[in-house]
Design a protein around this ligand. Structure first.
Ligand code: RRO
Length: 309
């Protein structure tokens, strides 16, 4: 039907899903995603062992979006693997986000997930900005290459990567070239939050989150043009891969923009955190209205069709 989507040859009833980190730490939240009108869902980025994360307050919404320094709070990969074992894949596809604190931790988790022989889709997070002392892997191209090399060997089946935003054409070129050397990387999720931004409350003359002196990753309206640029940059450079768009989606209009830029699926972070799982019914309806008004009969007719001048 009109909103049907496809990734890795798997069918989705809607292109919409949560961005990892939102509504996905606990089973109850994942079940709410399952009951929603989202086409699929992804678990919170996991580590080998459970983590409490950074001190609170660690997330704040603003008029233009959000800032967070959660610090990878999660129940440990076994919790999400248990969820994935019990999941009904006929109902909707399930992604697992993996974000080990080291290459070795990622390989241990990928080995365990592989041995469970599930149809879960892995999104390897190369872009967490909020763990003190752990730089974003995808901003260190040598570390990224080693991680993809090891992940490809251990996982040995298709997977995706969650990328940070880049801001320079030379960086788009180098990152895409590395991804293109790894054929098992079949999808690229652009973008994670823009890392290490600073929101200031003028009344309190203060930062708004506690960790890292107030520095954190921003999402929402702040990041939409950066997200669209990254989706389109990787869509153009990686013809044998698919792109998942993430960043600044709060209505059908932004979903449509991500599709035009080249996205096959579209994730929702800040707006989902603020509005709750009911947002997916609204976004599906708004996207359908735009498509019908323009005379489109499928998402494939839109994907990557952005015009240049
Ligand atoms: O948990 C977090 O602080 C976090 C992660 Br792992 C991430 O990938 N992106 C983000 O904005 N926050």
């Amino acid at each position: 039907s009109l909103l049907s989507a496809s990734l890795l040859g798997i069918d989705f009833a809607s292109p919409l899903m949560n961005a990892s980190g939102v509504c996905c730490r606990y089973n109850e939240e994942l079940d709410a995603m399952l009951a929603s009108d989202a086409g699929s869902l992804i678990t919170k980025s996991c580590t080998l062992l459970p983590r409490e994360g950074n001190p609170e307050p660690r997330y704040t919404a603003t008029a233009l979006g959000s800032i967070n320094s959660m610090g990878l709070p999660n129940e440990g990969y076994e919790y999400y693997l248990d969820y994935a074992v019990k999941h009904d894949y006929a109902k909707k596809p399930l992604f697992m986000s993996v974000a080990g604190l080291s290459l070795e931790d990622n390989m241990a988790m990928l080995t365990a997930i592989r041995e469970a022989k599930l149809p879960a889709i892995v999104e390897l997070n190369l872009s967490c900005p909020n763990v003190p002392g752990k730089p974003q892997i995808a901003y260190d191209f040598e570390a990224m290459e080693s991680m993809l090399e090891a992940a490809s060997r251990v996982w040995a089946q298709p997977f995706g990567v969650k990328m940070p935003p880049y801001f320079d054409i030379a960086h788009f070129d180098e990152a895409a070239a590395i991804l293109n050397r790894h054929p098992l990387v079949k999808f690229i999720t652009c973008i994670n939050s823009i890392g290490n931004a600073l929101v200031i409350d003028i009344e309190r003359e203060s930062v708004v989150i506690k960790p890292k002196d107030g520095f954190g990753g921003i999402g929402g309206d702040y990041v939409l043009p950066t997200a669209l640029a990254n989706v389109n940059a990787f869509f153009r450079r990686c013809p044998d891969k698919q792109v998942i768009g993430c960043g600044g989606v709060k209505s059908g209009a932004e979903v449509f923009m991500h599709l035009l830029a080249g996205a096959s699926l579209v994730q929702v972070g800040t707006a989902l955190q603020e509005e709750g799982c009911g947002i997916f019914a609204r976004l599906n309806a708004e996207l359908a209205e735009i498509l019908q008004r323009k005379g489109y009969r499928s998402l494939e007719e839109v994907r990557g069709k952005l015009r240049t001048l």
